[in-house]
Design a protein around this ligand. Sequence first.
Ligand code: 7PM
Length: 276
Amino acid sequence: MEMKFAGRVLDLSRCHVMGVLNVTPDSFSDGGRFNQLDAALLKARQMVSDGAAFIDVGGESTRPGASKVSVQEELDRVCPVVEAISRELDVIVSVDTSTPEVMSEAVTRGAGLINDVRALQRDGAAIAAARSGVPVCIMHIQGEPETMQERPEYQNVLREVSEFLAGRIHAAEQAGVSSDNIILDPGFGFGKTLEHNLRLLASLEQLQVLGHPLLVGMSRKSMLGKITGRDVDERLPASLAAATISVMKGASIVRAHDVRETVDAVRVATAVKETV
Ligand code: 7PM
């Protein structure tokens, strides 16, 4: 169960941590591009020393109501950071984008994984991902990021997520993405109520039958706020519980803001999981 990410090989039969690095202007408030690049590199360096196997670089906020970003603006935000991290750090750079131009350019600059929360549904995205040659994470989403939380509805959330992912796997393969280069993600919080998210987590192991490694992201999400009553900056313990459960149910990659703590949780769960 090995996968090759732009020259780096990872054994996905065990779980690894992906650190989140936002490069939206609001994430590093003061100053120009140089300070932002410096701040991003500093954060990435810390996450690598904390044990991250991936750094997920994103320049477009998927927050409901967030303003749209032009292709050029997304390129300008993401590419220098992708290039600097790829050059300076021993880590796989993941590019969190739905934009074909950003996929291609980021991989040219050293990105080893394309993480698309829109599952390659934009025009040209599947082709761009295929041509880049790196693995892609295909995530389930119901609707569009701007409106997805307005009225999420499913008859059977597990079945519908599985069928959506199977359809997107097919589309990716038709465009030329190798089956061996596909990672799947149920997309916690992306067009789902708390009940939908809980049902997906409770049955996560059933997504393994699709035959691809699983990535999950629940770090600090509102589903954890709903369960615990905590604000976003008080959700670390809940995030670690969710990460632990994900590992036990077969996740290969856990996406998280708090890398050091998440790596410890993943190690404990992995040790238990590997004990016969
Ligand atoms: C607003 C809404 C801000 C959602 C931030 C988010 C995932 C991801 C994100 C995930 C994969 C967050 C999310 N979540 N990529 N990107 N899986 N593959 O809370 O769950 O970080 S952004």
